[in-house]
Design a protein around this ligand. Structure first.
Ligand code: SF4
Ligand code: MG
Length: 327
């Protein structure tokens, strides 16, 4: 069956004074109905840019320079801005790190929800309000029939993020893009929000793309995970495999730094150096200056993704034709 989201050979570029910077350089992945795909990597790896490209939020001087993005088969990377706005609101829900960017502080929660519901669904005001109350209940807001007339500032950060999730799902979207949805929240609330997002995917068959730097969140939530590095996918596969037996040397280092949901931000203690700036991505494998396994070919030839059991890995060690072997 057709995936909900299909991204093929996506390239995103930014004009800068130093020339064209390639933020995303040949990224391909799919997300099926009801599946949660985690996208993980250090800051600057291209996770958020990938999400922004899918929802058509790459603004000049950035642009989609190549590839295809399809939503349930429909090309959405080249549709007019007006049509994309409609698709974005109705068929793709968005959840960002800071709930206050998605909520208007001057409007009651219920008004924001009913307005969004009525924009996308053909419902009269009382029916839209009823649906808003049901949605607030579904995302775990206690006594929703009373809280619906509160203002955003009357809610805690975690409760506000639940409201944002209610907004994101109110038109029953096929796809939800969540970019660091728990990063701004108290640790004790993070797990609840993650559980909620996971349950929504399961109950509604929604495909979820979850962007995070937090491997703990990935391990708790996702069916599959894509590890990004310098605008490419280093490894993608079932979360069990990638977390427990990562293949790519970068993924190995990242998994060695898994924090728990109760822990701090990941520190890549096992990987020396830092991810290169976009203006200075090394030739060959972008990871080679940091890789303990690098050999001649890595400095010259860029590794393409290769199937390796249930995973895909872009590393010359896993190319059967290579002279070196994955030990
Ligand atoms: Fe390391 Fe080479 Fe694999 Fe890149 S291709 S991760 S440098 S072994
Ligand atoms: Mg980001």
């Amino acid at each position: 069956t057709e995936p909900v989201l299909s991204v093929r050979d996506l390239r995103v570029e930014f004009e800068s004074r130093r020339g064209v910077l390639r933020a995303i350089d040949g990224v391909s992945f799919e997300i099926a109905r009801g599946e949660v795909l985690g996208v993980v990597g250090e800051s600057g790896a291209g996770k958020s840019v990938t999400g922004a490209a899918v929802i058509g939020l790459i603004d000049p001087p950035g642009r989609i320079a190549g590839g295809e993005i399809r939503l349930s088969g429909l090309r959405i990377d080249n549709v007019p801005a007006e049509e994309l706005r409609r698709i974005r609101g109705k068929r793709i829900g968005m959840i960002f790190q800071d709930p206050l960017t998605s909520l208007n502080p001057l409007y009651r929660i219920g008004d924001q929800l009913t307005e969004t519901i009525r924009t996308h669904l053909d419902l009269a005001a009382p029916a839209a309000r009823k649906r808003a109350i049901d949605l607030l209940a579904e995302v775990g807001i206690p006594a929703p029939e009373k809280r619906i007339d509160a203002y955003p500032h009357e809610f805690s950060g975690g409760m506000r993020q639940r409201v944002v999730i209610a907004l994101a799902i109110c038109a029953e979207p096929e796809l939800i893009i969540a970019d660091e949805p728990t990063t701004a929240l108290d640790v004790s609330v993070q797990a609840q929000i993650i559980t909620l997002i996971k349950r929504l995917g399961r109950d509604h068959g929604t495909a979820v793309m979850l962007v995070t730097h937090d491997m703990g969140v990935i391990a708790e939530t996702c069916d599959r995970v894509a590890v990004m590095y310098s605008g490419r996918i280093a490894e993608i596969g079932p979360v069990r495999d990638v977390v427990q037996e990562p293949l790519h040397p970068y993924a190995k280092g990242l998994m060695g730094a898994i924090p728990t949901l109760a822990g701090d931000a990941p520190r890549l203690t096992q990987i020396r150096g830092a991810m290169p700036r976009l203006s200075a991505i090394p030739p060959g494998c972008a990871f080679h200056p940091r890789c303990d396994f690098a050999f001649e070919r890595c400095r010259i030839e860029r590794p393409e993704p290769l199937a390796h059991s249930a995973q895909q890995v872009a590393c010359h060690l896993f190319d059967a034709g290579s002279t070196e072997h994955a030990a």
